[in-house]
Design a protein around this ligand. Structure first.
Ligand code: AMP
Length: 131
């Protein structure tokens, strides 16, 4: 069965999209550690990040960097942290997390956001990428 991220990529389930190109998509994490927590995902469904071919892996880093720089401009934070986990969704994704403290990297700590907040934030970050 297709991963939940493939279903998002195929438009079968919704997401708060930030950016998309031929090979990657970025959208807000639905259960964020901190406001602006974003996932950058290759469209090709590969389970583990270090099993990716070198070219696609480097392209994912390049795409993630672009999104991270827009996040840093948009979301009040000291810096943007990055993590690769994949214990819940076996489809490569880079977590980008606006950090104000080390606790923001704690995946057991979550913040509540309304649909309106998700939508407004996704739009703001998306505009910062394209600015
Ligand atoms: P992990 O696989 O451990 O790196 O975690 C998967 C991440 O995907 C978690 O932070 C989830 O909150 C996030 N996630 C799961 N389903 C969705 C979804 N439908 N939209 C956005 N984020 C999701």
């Amino acid at each position: 069965m297709a991963s939940i991220f493939t279903q998002i990529i195929n438009g079968e389930i919704p997401c708060y999209k930030i950016a998309e190109d031929d090979n990657f998509i970025a959208f807000l994490d639905i259960n964020p550690n901190a406001k602006g927590h974003t996932l950058c995902v290759p469209k090709e469904e590969i389970d583990k990040i270090f099993d990716m071919g070198e070219h696609l892996y480097l392209q994912l880093m390049q795409f993630s960097r672009k999104v991270a720089r827009a996040l840093e401009k948009t979301v009040p934070c000291k810096r943007v942290g990055m993590a690769a986990v994949g214990l819940e969704v076996p489809h490569v994704h880079v977590h980008l997390i606006p950090l104000n403290s080390m606790a923001d990297m704690d995946f057991s700590k979550k913040v509540e956001m309304t649909k309106d907040e998700f939508e407004a934030l996704a739009q703001k970050v998306s505009e910062a990428i394209n600015a």
